[in-house]
Design a protein around this ligand. Sequence first.
Ligand code: 6PG
Length: 470
Amino acid sequence: MSETSYDFGMIGLGVMGRNLLLNMADHGFAAIGFDKDISKAALLESSATSDTVVKGVSTLAEMVQQLKRPRKLMMLVPAGPIVDSVIGDLLPLLEKDDIVIDGGNSHYTDTLARINYLKDKGIHFMGMGVSGGEHGARTGPSIMPGGDVEAWKELKPLLEAVSAKVNDEPCVAYMGKGAAGHYVKMVHNGIEYAIMQLISEVYDVLKQSLGLNNDELHEVFKKWNEGALQSFLIEISAAIFLNQDDITKDRLVDVILDKAGSKGTGKWTSQDAMNLPVSIPTIDMAVAMRDLSSYKEERVAAAALYKPKIKTVSNDREKVIAQLHDALYAAMIVCYAQGLSMLHKASAELQMEIPLKDVVRIWRGGCIIRSTLLETFTTAYKRDADLSNILLNKKVASLIKKTQNGLRKTVQRGAAGKIPVAGLSSALGYFDAWCSEKMPTNLIQAQRDFFGAHGYQRVDKEGSFHTEWE
Ligand code: 6PG
């Protein structure tokens, strides 16, 4: 190919960068990728589909020179200082109106700072969430771009082509102003953490309380995935129970250590929710439980000290499984509700104008939290685009009404049987508080005024009041 003839450039040819670029090439875009690691540039070329235009280079200048103008490039590098360092390297090579996308999981405040920094230099900088992992990147991820509208218009055809499709509709849409793309992706990940936590708790009850083996667990999850719980995370859970470990020949899931790491997006969601403030306790709990999982030695010592005796269930297996199904279903709805209510609040507070109807629409396919429930939410937001909490929608309410009993029973079973169900019970606790016309917060107001003269409001009069309590 002659110079200046590539449609799109990718910086960082790790798993995500390579696969997303190959996806672009599969859709007829001439794609060029850069990685300092020459073997990654070579792997890009060798994994390309025949008859596609794909080139791997190991200097940034080589890539930038060969891009059509205005240049369109994306970084898929680890979030943090590396993003700034790549921007620093890129700047002398770019021209006015070039478009630079950060497709990684950057913190939205970093993205905002970068947008402002690059705007002065005439560069369109866009924060964009990409979800779907390796497979999604290659075959169709859910894509969450935000910020620069001009850049979005320029990129729309390409992003629509490479994104996942649901009923022929692309799973990409403009997510709002400023760093909305990264904000929406952050909350997506918060919901991802929460749903994963809920699934793990239900697995725990099925395994420890009901004594299901991995084949039975597979069957339960497989069946669930064919019904109302249909979702990517249930689907992969079903598959996981069948995987065999090459070393021990046991099921792999049983030889994996019970400690989960994290890269921080769940924590950021919780931190930002507290700043707004908005309540997302199931996401908070999922972050807390992952953190607690890393205290393995302490947990082992505590188990030896307190000797929790798990209560097993020997009869009514089918009934308990049905309750667990409902518990997961209701709690999953609550997780989405928490995340979406956070987006609603953040959109107003940070003036992002996030279109929630498009958020749920593009989460229906390609992303990690895709599920059949998102179809219901899409219908709900079509009816009321400014819904502050999805639980206020009548259809969603009917689903919760049908399943909340299973959630209550499961939380009871967990508490009585000493199986930790902190995520499920946080979802129930949130739901019960959220639909309490009267919370016991009057007492908290009184206490604050008692010890700190913070004042309180009354039910019968406007204004702030103080009492000399003693
Ligand atoms: C996705 C994922 C993806 C990644 C997260 C996981 O949407 O494709 O969310 O972004 O898997 O980084 O985050 P943790 O490492 O924090 O679990």
